[in-house]
Write a protein that binds this ligand. Structure first.
Ligand SMILES: NC(=O)c1ccc[n+]([C@@H]2O[C@H](COP(=O)([O-])OP(=O)(O)OC[C@H]3O[C@@H](n4cnc5c(N)ncnc54)[C@H](O)[C@@H]3O)[C@@H](O)[C@H]2O)c1
Length: 338
């Protein structure tokens, strides 16, 4: 299968690596609007400079391909997706589906109308950590999930488009965790409320810190708190999680999964306290392909064998709506209910 990759920036490097490591997928062409970046990547990865075009339209006119991988900034996703789908080419798009709610809805409408596959790279789902958490929650061992708390704190100095976004933490990063909430809970938010702020030392133009409460259709209540300009004691990119369940608790701490079960009640002079078994670390499930490699394989299977991928835009729009409902709540100061 031959693909055209658009965008050769930070994440573009990861995708070049992934395609070059694949035995099923190869490049028909690459696209980069910035000539200096194009030249740098050609040297770095030993790519034929003649295969790197300045626009997707130019690449589509010059080569035959089976799909497009979009690794451009969010603001460019709608135009790239439209050009690809209008040419009948399936799209594997980096998250977020688009930079605005309107662009994201337009992409889904285009995919529906053309019947062309459009899927989003929710790579956090396809890791041993996420699959282990999902397996434990799905097994029913801990019972119903009543509440989830998620803590995410990092301090990356990316430069570029993120520094200019109105809500970089929520739209470009928490979106991963919001998607994982939907995946873990197998439910969607019905009401969200949030407050965002920008600490005095922040290097972002928009709000880089936030606290969000979300009520899910399953009945679970979520508390999310995070910052993208934290100055110490950072969490992992996956965040730290705590699932409060009917029969115990599951936590994710520093990319390790722990469970503890309720065992009963103990009488302390008429007051009863809960008792628990020992805190147990859950071994991570092994995965042959992970993250981008898994998603590329899913894209390949979808395009060549018609297999339905796990992250089509028709589902991903619900994550985008979640994200922009939260942004709306930041702006109005009121809860947003669906
Ligand atoms: N899934 C993840 O874990 C993850 C991690 C990082 C970034 N991302 C996503 O990847 C995307 C790109 O992020 P990045 O960090 O690589 O950004 P970046 O700014 O480093 O790179 C983007 C590149 O796209 C180029 N570009 C812009 N418009 C273009 C167009 N119309 N056609 C072709 N090239 C174009 C830019 O010149 C730049 O080189 C974003 O959507 C981001 O959210 C995802």
């Amino acid at each position: 299968m031959k693909v055209i990759q658009c965008g050769l920036g930070l994440m573009g490097r990861a995708w070049i690596n992934t395609v070059q490591a694949s035995s099923n997928v190869e490049f028909a062409a690459l696209v980069e609007v910035d000539a200096a970046t194009a030249q740098k990547r050609a040297q770095e990865f030993g790519l034929d400079p003649a295969l790197i075009y300045p626009s997707l339209e130019a690449a589509l006119a010059a080569v035959k391909a089976d799909g497009v991988i979009d690794v451009t900034p969010p603001a460019a996703h709608q135009a790239i997706s439209f050009a690809a789908m209008d040419a009948g080419l399936p799209v594997l798009s980096e998250k977020p589906l688009a930079g605005t709610r309107a662009d994201a809805r337009a992409i889904v409408a285009k995919s529906d109308q053309t019947g062309v596959l459009h899927m989003v790279t929710q790579n956090y789902r396809y890791t041993p950590l996420a699959q282990t958490v999902k397996r434990v929650l799905q097994s029913g061992d801990l019972g119903d999930i009543g509440a989830v708390s998620v803590r995410f704190f990092k301090g990356p100095h990316f430069g570029g488009f993120r520094d200019e976004m109105d809500y970089p933490l929520i739209v470009d990063m928490a979106l991963h965790h919001f998607y994982m909430l939907r995946y873990f809970l197998n439910a969607d938010p019905v009401s969200v409320y949030g407050k965002s702020w920008n600490p005095p030392w922040s290097w972002y133009k928009g709000d880089a810190s936030a606290a969000v409460t979300a009520h899910f259709s399953s009945g679970a209540v979520v508390n999310y708190t995070g910052s993208w300009c934290s100055q110490g004691q950072e969490t992992s990119w996956n965040a730290d999680w705590r699932f409060e369940c009917a029969n115990g608790v599951l936590t994710v701490q520093d990319d390790r999964v722990y469970v503890q079960h309720l065992t009963g009640l103990e009488d302390h002079g008429g007051v009863h306290f809960t008792t628990h078994d020992a805190l147990t670390e859950v071994p991570l499930v092994p995965m042959e392909l992970q993250a981008q490699a898994y998603l590329l394989h899913e894209f390949y299977e979808a395009v060549t064998n018609g297999r339905t991928p796990g992250t089509p835009c028709q589902d991903n729009i619900k994550t985008v709506e979640f994200v922009f409902d939260v942004v709306e709540s930041f702006k109005t100061g009121a809860p947003v209910t669906r």
